[in-house]
Design a protein around this ligand. Structure first.
Ligand code: ADP
Ligand code: ADP
Ligand code: MG
Length: 708
């Protein structure tokens, strides 16, 4: 029964003890625990996780002289966390991070004293926590019973209601009859939210706006929950139409102390999942903050909590009321935000609590820290495509450049340049966390740091994060969970690409094949400089419209000097240098130096210039575009560049297939076969062998009709 836990802790520590957690109570606990047999120093832990969280936990362990054993799977064999410790074990198949029994066996065999589960995977699995304890291992997390109570959204709400923590009005009982649930929805009033009681990660949730759609949405939520969590029990609650997600970081020790380490606003979400988190929550009255902290501590104490936990609330922007949503019984992805504003290492706190030590700070001491340390924001950098509904991307990180880390700019990454972001796991690449003396300064720092964060390879959300940081309502602190939808039009508008950028991308293409010094003048001979023409386009993923195409002509006029024409506009005597190793193009346009890093990934170009990232199709020489079958005007095939006709392979009246050779031309000492862009009949051969042709003159013409 849920209530037994509540009564037990309720009698152990009532609201009076909760509010008077003071230095003296901590001291008593410290004195007690140092003599108690409960306290043991951990000197060897196994980290049952991967990526940035495994590295994060390992960093603190190393700082405190704790030996770390790490685990990996086949796809992760070269991952940073796998390489981070000499004590690394291959679990095998992709899903093996969930194999609790194997992991416990390895921990025992290796002489580890404790297991840190990180987040996700086994972190909120009560039976794993229980098995660890039964195997004589310390589970660095709360008691398994607290995980079980809080892992069920219905049960946790019963406990919270009894502990005086407000919950969203709704039905969270055991009757799962669809007609009964529909009646409950009618009673609550639409819109309602159907939620899987075992849900997580935004899954198994459906909004129902009217009675008519209730049964359809119930069925769809149930089937998603059954496949994701193996349980299709549902609860119904009032859907708050303009909510904020505000959560409180709490910590409890084994001595009855429980503190709140401030709150985090995590309202900027896509697919019900967070992408920006900050502390303190903007524009929240001080009295409301304190009330949230108290309710969160009450929630933790109601389940006999120990260690790090997060109590999530939904805050109704319209009424100023807040309600308990769920408790996450683990360290949270966004914990660094709290570390920044409290000056504490929460992983170290977890280890201390697991060892039986009292909490390092009292509530008053924490509040004193929070009052002076300003504001922190985290941006989650994901391999995903915002333009395609934020679908995850994967692939090799071809280029990674990060902003300089300082006391106020922190990067928690799981990957380095050259690593593969696997499609098997969460697509989060890194977290960027900044701190400023106030929100304004923190936002400034975040913007600058994001501008210095370059990733090429998989598509990322970095540009999108920059756009949010510039978005006026976000800057003013008017956040809500529907922020991205509400500001959709502005956030997804693309600004035009500067001609100088296009010029440099084409230059990189030209110079990466030939180097920037070609051909160097040899004594007595004047150099023959290059003249090339490129066509490319912006990469447009979502709209399906034809992306605008760019034409760039480059004429080399000196050793490092070029005349560049972009869409008809000519930049004269642009001095440029290209470094093939760093992929940096440095050009002087009328005394303005522009530095652009140009990375090619198969047929995609990613260019970084002045804090912006651009994605383009790889420039193709215009003649190639034509030769590859671009349909020409007036049913004819045009000379793609100035050339000499070497051979004509077809006759008038002849039927040709798509891609059949038509004419062979020579240009810049290179032979090029011009192929038929489609099937058809040749009506006229315009040029014969030996003719000199200007770029754009017809070579052959087709009869009126053709079948593509
Ligand atoms: P937080 O509240 O800390 O932001 P999330 O809800 O985003 O946490 O989840 C943290 C991690 O756990 C992510 O890696 C996510 O993919 C994973 N996760 C969350 N819920 C589940 C679940 N039910 N099953 C598997 N993984 C989950
Ligand atoms: P999960 O376990 O998947 O994290 P939560 O219950 O924490 O599920 O809800 C995830 C997100 O869904 C919240 O951050 C919030 O954006 C939205 N949400 C949850 N409950 C409500 C509600 N009653 N009304 C409106 N939005 C909600
Ligand atoms: Mg949640």
């Amino acid at each position: 029964m849920a209530l037994s836990g509540l009564l037990r802790t309720g009698s152990r520590l009532g609201p009076v003890a909760l509010l008077s957690t003071s230095r003296s109570s901590t001291r008593t606990a410290a004195t007690l625990s140092s003599s108690s047999t409960e306290r043991a120093t951990l000197n060897s832990i196994l980290i049952a996780n991967r990526g940035e969280i495994a590295l994060r936990v390992g960093r603190t362990a190393a700082q405190h002289g704790i030996k770390v054993t790490t685990l990996y799977t086949h796809p992760d064999s070269r991952a940073q966390h796998a390489l981070s410790s000499p004590y690394a074990f291959n679990l095998g198949e992709t899903s093996a991070y969930l194999d609790g029994d194997r992991i416990i066996e390895i921990a025992k065999r290796e002489g580890c004293q404790a297991i840190h589960p990180g987040y996700g995977f086994l972190s909120e699995n009560p039976s794993f926590a229980r098995k660890c304890t039964e195997a004589g291992l310390v589970f660095i997390g709360p008691p398994w019973k607290a995980i079980e109570d809080m892992g069920d959204k219905s049960r946790s709400k019963e406990i919270m209601t009894a502990a005086g923590v407000p919950c969203v009005p709704g039905y969270h009982g055991s009757n799962q009859d669809p007609a009964f649930l529909e009646n409950e929805a009618d009673r609550i009033g639409y819109p309602v939210l159907i939620k899987a009681v075992k849900g997580g990660g935004g899954k198994g949730m459906r909004i129902v706006r009217s009675k008519a759609e209730f049964q359809d949405q119930l069925r769809s939520a149930k089937s998603e929950a059954a496949s994701s969590f193996g349980d299709d029990h549902m609860l119904i609650e009032k859907y708050i139409t303009t909510p904020r997600h505000i959560e409180v970081q709490i910590f409890a020790d084994k001595h009855g102390n429980c503190v709140a380490l401030g709150e985090r606003d995590c309202s900027i979400q896509r697919r019900h999942q967070k992408i920006l988190e900050e502390s303190p929550a903007p524009q929240l009255p001080q009295a409301t903050r304190k009330d949230l902290w108290d309710k969160a501590r009450a929630a933790a104490l109601a389940v006999g909590y120990e260690g790090a936990g997060t109590v999530e609330f939904i805050f109704d922007n319209d009424t100023g009321e807040f309600y308990f949503m769920e408790m996450n019984t683990r360290l949270q992805v966004e914990h660094p935000v709290t570390e920044m504003v409290t000056g504490q290492d929460l992983v170290h706190w977890q280890i201390l609590v697991a060892q039986g030590a009292p909490l390092p700070l009292t509530q008053e001491e924490i509040e004193a820290q929070i009052a002076t340390r300003g504001h922190a924001i985290e941006a989650r950098i994901y391999a995903e495509d915002p333009d395609k509904g934020f679908i995850p991307d994967s692939g090799r990180l071809l280029h990674v450049r990060t902003p300089a880390e300082t006391d106020d700019v922190r990067i928690d990454a799981g990957f380095a340049a050259g690593d593969e972001v696997s499609a098997h796991y969460d697509p989060m690449i890194a977290k960027l966390i900044v701190r400023g003396s106030d929100r304004y300064e923190a936002l400034q720092k975040l913007r600058v740091a994001l501008e210095g964060y370059e990733i090429a390879g998989p598509m990322t959300n970095i540009e999108f994060l920059k756009d949010i940081c510039q978005s006026p309502d976000f800057v003013s602190g008017a956040v809500e969970t529907g922020y991205i939808n509400k500001h959709h039009e502005k956030l997804f508008t693309k600004s035009p690409i500067e001609d100088e950028l296009l010029a440099q991308v084409a230059l990189a293409s030209m110079l990466s094949s030939s180097g920037s010094f070609l051909p160097s003048p040899v004594l007595g001979f004047s150099p023959t400089f290059q003249q090339r023409q490129f066509t490319f386009a912006a990469k447009q993923s979502s709209t399906g419209e034809d992306a605008p195409r760019y034409q760039v002509q480059i004429r080399q006029t000196g050793r490092d000097v070029f005349d560049i024409t972009v869409n008809g506009r000519t930049f004269e005597s642009v001095r440029s240098h290209f470094d093939v190793h760093t992929r940096l193009v440095q050009s002087f346009f009328n005394h303005t130096r522009l530095d652009t890093t140009v990375i090619q990934d198969e047929d995609t170009i990613v260019a970084f210039q002045r804090g912006r990232q651009y994605r383009l199709t790889a420039p193709r020489e215009s003649w190639m575009d034509k030769a590859l079958g671009v349909k020409d005007v007036a049913n004819s095939v045009l000379a793609p560049m100035p050339c000499k006709v070497l051979r004509v392979e077809v006759q008038e009246g002849q039927e040709v297939e798509k891609d059949q050779p038509l004419v062979v031309i020579e240009s810049m000492k290179m032979e090029t076969v011009i192929r038929s862009p489609h099937r058809g009949t040749i009506s006229r051969v315009v040029h014969k062998a030996g003719d000199q042709c200007k770029s754009g003159t017809p070579l052959v013409e087709f009869a009126g009709e053709e079948n593509s």
